[in-house]
Design a protein around this ligand. Structure first.
Ligand code: NI
Length: 227
């Protein structure tokens, strides 16, 4: 399941964040690559231990934890501290799969990557190319979202960033371990939760059927979550 999440950051907050980090030191993006990805990756990244990275990470993490669509779709257990990348003309990231396990050197945290997420920080009008392409059950899906919008997708998928041919594309990206490892189970929970929210808005939270469906949602989470 691919979920586009609108306005994780407002357009203004996304522009401010991008400006803040644009002037920082950008290192070779292969600093965080697995051996397989390194040969196809060509971009720059903010150093993980820089102060500016920590400030930007805190801002993105707070916005994510405040976003009901993200929480419902991801059911996050542990979120890897967000990273930031920059693609200029000629840069791109060929077809690859993300490493199954990520180790965070600074905190010693280790997570299983269930979901990958890209938070776009540059408006599509400002660069050419740089589409995020993700292979799924029904072929390749291609995304280039407005600044401040995020795309959540299964880390099991092959994906790539097509070469940027003009302008600069700055984005935030991260992985997370979900409370529910199984993609099909997580997808059903997301559908159920969204439906309960809609019904609840129409009928009120104390409506008997809404209560019953809410109980089913929580009981399925109880059955499937690994905490
Ligand atoms: Ni990737």
């Amino acid at each position: 399941m691919l979920v586009a999440i609108p306005e994780v950051l407002s357009p203004q907050a996304a522009a401010e964040l991008r400006e803040q980090i644009a002037a920082e030191d950008w290192i070779d993006g292969n600093a965080t690559s697995g051996a397989g990805a390194a040969s196809v990756k060509r971009n720059r990244q903010l150093a993980e231990n820089a102060q500016a990275t920590h400030r930007a990470q805190a801002q993105v993490s707070a916005a994510l934890m405040d976003n009901s669509v993200f929480l419902s779709a991801a059911l996050p257990h542990s979120v890897f501290p967000p990273l930031f990348n920059r693609y200029g003309p000629g840069d791109g990231f060929g077809l690859h799969v993300d490493n199954a396990i990520r180790f965070h050197a600074e905190t010693g945290a280790r997570i299983r990557t269930d979901l990958s997420c890209t938070l776009f920080l540059t408006d599509p009008a400002e660069y050419e190319g740089g589409e995020l392409e993700i292979e799924g059950q029904f072929g390749m899906a291609r995304y280039k979202l407005p600044a401040g919008h995020a795309l959540l997708y299964p880390s099991t998928s092959l994906h790539q960033v097509t070469p940027v041919t003009a302008g600069t594309r700055i984005s935030c990206f991260f992985w997370l371990q979900s409370l529910v490892a199984d993609h099909a189970a997580r997808e059903m929970l997301y559908d159920l939760d969204q439906t309960v929210q809609t019904l609840s808005a129409e009928r009120g939270k104390s409506d008997a059927q809404v209560l019953r469906l809410t109980a089913i949602y929580h009981n399925l989470v109880r059955r499937w979550a690994q905490v």
